[in-house]
Design a protein around this ligand. Structure first.
Ligand code: SAH
Length: 214
């Protein structure tokens, strides 16, 4: 079956599994996942499962990405921070919806690979950084403002306090929290200056590697 047809089936599958945010479904309908998958796994591009990418990392499961994106209630005016660029697939899904995406990846080969694919795909609203995303988007790098939405694509052992500081008023962060045996997706909102934390579904991500500190 052509990739295009497989992509339509994936969108239908996401919808049947409870993803109703039209903005999210349209992004999945638009972005070719096969462009972000290693060539030996291309035939599995539209299976609703994570797949290996370089350096023992994974391209996330479409359903999990869709769920996290739905929790963010994304708007076209949003400035979004993504931690864990990985293959760049989720970056493409986000950047096709929002005004501006800042994405941080700790492994240089993955970031450089994603930069190449995303630039070739024509994205002009993505800022890339290679470094430790535990600390977020450090002030030394433009843009300097806080983020409307933050999405962390690797498992943190606790909610990273530096990332909480970078959530704008009215903003939302999704972050998997827990150890290697499994995590819970945490949804952190900033309302009237206060942080509200809700625990959502169980999930399984590769670990967020960092230097320590909260
Ligand atoms: N959304 C990506 C997920 C990639 S897996 C995709 O679908 O392709 C998670 C990624 O987080 C890996 O690429 C890993 O290298 C990266 N990562 C782990 N710890 C990190 C950190 N402290 N800062 C930035 N990226 C990190």
């Amino acid at each position: 079956m052509r990739y295009e047809d497989q992509r339509k089936l994936l969108v239908q599958d996401l919808h049947q599994r409870g993803i109703v945010d039209e903005v999210v479904l349209q992004a999945f309908a638009r972005i070719p996942r096969e462009d972000y998958v290693l060539k030996e796994y291309k035939e599995y591009s539209y299976r609703n499962q994570p797949l290996p990418i370089q350096s023992e990392q994974t391209i996330s499961q479409p359903l999990m990405i869709a769920l996290m994106m739905s929790k963010l209630h994304l708007k076209s005016s949003d400035r979004v921070l993504e931690i864990g660029t990985g293959s760049g697939y989720q970056s493409a899904l986000l950047a096709t919806i929002v005004a501006e995406l800042c994405t941080v990846e700790v492994l240089d080969n993955l970031s450089l690979g994603a930069q190449k694919v995303l630039k070739a795909a024509g994205f002009r609203n993505i800022h890339f950084r290679i470094g430790d995303g535990w600390r977020g988007w450090e002030k030394a790098y433009p843009p300097h403002k806080d983020f409307d939405k933050i999405i962390v694509s690797a498992a943190a052992d606790c909610i990273p306090s530096r990332l909480c500081e970078q959530i704008a008023e009215g903003g939302i962060m999704v972050v998997p929290v827990g150890g290697s045996s499994g995590q819970i997706l945490n949804v952190v909102k900033r309302q009237n200056g206060e942080l509200i934390v809700e625990q959502d579904v169980p999930c399984a991500f590769v670990p967020l590697v960092h230097q320590g500190g909260r």
